[in-house]
Design a protein around this ligand. Structure first.
Ligand SMILES: Cc1cc2nc3c(=O)[nH]c(=O)nc-3n(C[C@H](O)[C@H](O)[C@H](O)COP(=O)(O)O)c2cc1C
Length: 177
């Protein structure tokens, strides 16, 4: 099965995760590039105004692949909007897909709401959805500290903490091939 990994990352966490996934899935990979420079302010304004960003064309054609792995942060309990824009734009070219995110604290029900959003965007549910929560890496006193969690930069060592979930996610995708 030909797999394409498409990622968006603003501060590097989901880029690091994508590199690890690529090693495990041995797949093609491309990043979503935005036409305008993104800042924390534009993240917040986009969330408030429900704006859709302009994104550059992808390096590979999703229709050439049997499975697309989407990797992106979660902002305001939604898939980061550059990724949402891409999925909406490419929906007719997506055979099957999965979604994984290195995200923050995650509110109760976030996973279900992300699955619903993905289905609305693409017209089909994801084969797999997985959230790796940074809050789980934090010491007890910082587990609810949204600022500390959102500002946290994940390291290679941190990824080992999520090894079982990453193995499970990749194993399920490879088992379908
Ligand atoms: C404005 C903003 C809103 C966020 N909202 C959420 C959220 O609703 N749920 C969540 O789990 N994480 C949330 N996060 C945390 C990010 O998903 C997390 O920091 C992610 O690892 C960033 O990925 P990146 O480094 O690849 O850009 C938010 C972060 C920012 C900056």
């Amino acid at each position: 099965m030909k797999i394409l990994l498409v990622y968006f990352s603003h501060s590097g966490n989901n880029k690091l995760l994508s590199e690890e996934l690529c090693r495990r899935l041995t797949c093609d990979v491309c990043a979503i590039a935005e036409k305008k420079r993104r800042t924390i302010l534009t993240i917040i304004l986009d969330m408030m105004l429900k704006r859709t960003p302009s994104i550059e064309p992808l390096r590979y054609r999703p229709s050439d692949y049997q499975h697309i792995v989407f990797v992106a942060p979660i902002w305001g309990s939604k898939v980061a909007n550059p990724m949402a824009a891409l999925i909406g734009r490419e929906k007719a070219s997506i055979a099957h897909y999965s979604f994984i995110s290195l995200c923050g604290h995650g509110s109760p029900g976030q996973s279900e709401s992300i699955c619903r959003q993905l289905e609305d965007l693409s017209g089909q549910p994801p084969k797999r959805e997985c959230e790796l929560r940074i809050s789980e890496l934090m010491p007890e006193e910082k587990k609810d500290d949204v600022r500390a969690i959102s500002g946290y930069r994940v390291t290679e060592k941190d990824l080992h903490f999520f090894d079982a979930k990453i193995t499970d996610f990749c194993g399920a995708i490879l088992a379908d091939s």
